[in-house]
Design a protein around this ligand. Structure first.
Ligand SMILES: [Zn+2]
Length: 324
């Protein structure tokens, strides 16, 4: 472990600061809202536990789609979501790949809104949990252990804080990685494409108002790219929230067009953001290599990612609720 990996204490977000728009004035020193609102709820994200969840996944070994190790990872994720009081659902499907038919299965857990309204606007937070099939033991600490661990702890943190004005879905998708060495459509995003199609089948497409994909967020040198496929207002909203949190150093990285799970939702016209640091090692040279190991990642980066998402949540929520 590098010396930089110190224990990162759970943090509380200052709710009023998080709720402000970019131009809002300094929060008053002792905000005392008369009524407890969802925005005033404090989130407790335990980065140390997220790090242990990352270690756990690496311990399963390489986890490509269709493997026993991915089955074990899936069962563990479901058990953790259940332990958090959520009700995970499995979304199995079979799809043709360059290696023949493969059995895939996504997992998702919903946090219904306070109102109980089954048609409430839905925000989906996504991570893939498969690793790329390689001809060497690829353990994928950053890709996709880091985002899976962060999303799992976000599910705990957000659900513990209680139901919100909008509905949230924590979605773990299978088969993001291309089965072939190169990323050539349609050999990629198997799980997110299936889930997006199921949104239509289940009549959830219209209420799905936004999607945030987390990917490669464990790099100990964390800086999220500015992905040009992502929906512009979502990028600006989330980056503004990060700046307010004092995390400007971790956003506004290189501008790139990054093909990732968010494309599956953008293709349906759903606003989507890919929160990804696609510079992993010098010139991204650790990506999809034997270098993608725990020592290149940090607990702190998992916590920073969560802070950005949690800081943006009240603004996102306000925007999505107003668009009903
Ligand atoms: Zn990958």
């Amino acid at each position: 472990m590098p010396s930089g990996r110190s224990r990162f204490a759970p943090f509380l977000l200052a709710p009023l600061a998080a709720a402000c728009l970019a131009s809002c004035p300094e929060p008053s020193p002792s905000p005392a809202p008369a009524v407890e609102t969802p925005r005033a709820a404090a989130f407790v994200f335990d980065a140390a536990r997220a790090w242990r969840d990352l270690e756990k996944q690496v311990g399963f070994g390489p986890r490509p789609a269709g493997s026993a190790a991915l089955d074990a990872t899936r069962a563990w994720l479901e058990a953790e979501l259940r332990a958090a009081g959520l009700a995970p659902r499995r979304e199995p499907f079979r799809a043709p790949t360059p290696r023949g038919e493969v059995d895939f299965a996504n997992i998702y857990a919903d946090l219904p809104p306070r109102s109980g309204d089954t048609q409430a606007p839905l925000l989906i937070l996504v991570s893939h949990f498969d690793t790329k099939r390689m001809d060497f033991p690829f353990v994928g600490a950053n890709d996709a252990g880091s985002s899976t661990a962060t999303l799992l702890e976000l599910a705990r943190a957000i659900s513990t804080a209680g139901p919100r004005e909008i509905a949230l879905r924590f979605l773990f998708v299978d088969g993001e990685e291309a089965v072939r060495p190169q990323w050539v459509d349609p050999d990629n995003r198997y799980g997110s494409k299936h889930h997006a199609a199921q949104l239509k089948v289940r009549g959830e497409r219209e209420r799905t108002k936004a999607v945030i994909v987390l990917d490669m967020c464990g790099d100990r040198d964390l800086r999220f790219h500015r992905d040009s496929y992502s929906t512009a207002w979502m990028t600006e909203l989330v980056f503004a929230a990060a700046r307010r949190e004092g995390l400007a150093a971790h956003i506004d990285g290189p501008r790139d067009a990054i093909a990732d799970d968010h494309l599956s939702f953008l293709e349906l016209g759903i606003p989507a953001l890919d929160l990804i640091d696609f510079t992993y090692g010098p010139d991204n040279s650790w990506w999809h290599t034997h270098e993608d190991t725990l020592d290149k990642c940090s607990e702190q980066s998992l916590g920073l990612t969560a802070r950005i998402v949690l800081a943006a949540l009240p603004d996102l929520e306000a925007r999505l609720a107003s668009k009903r």
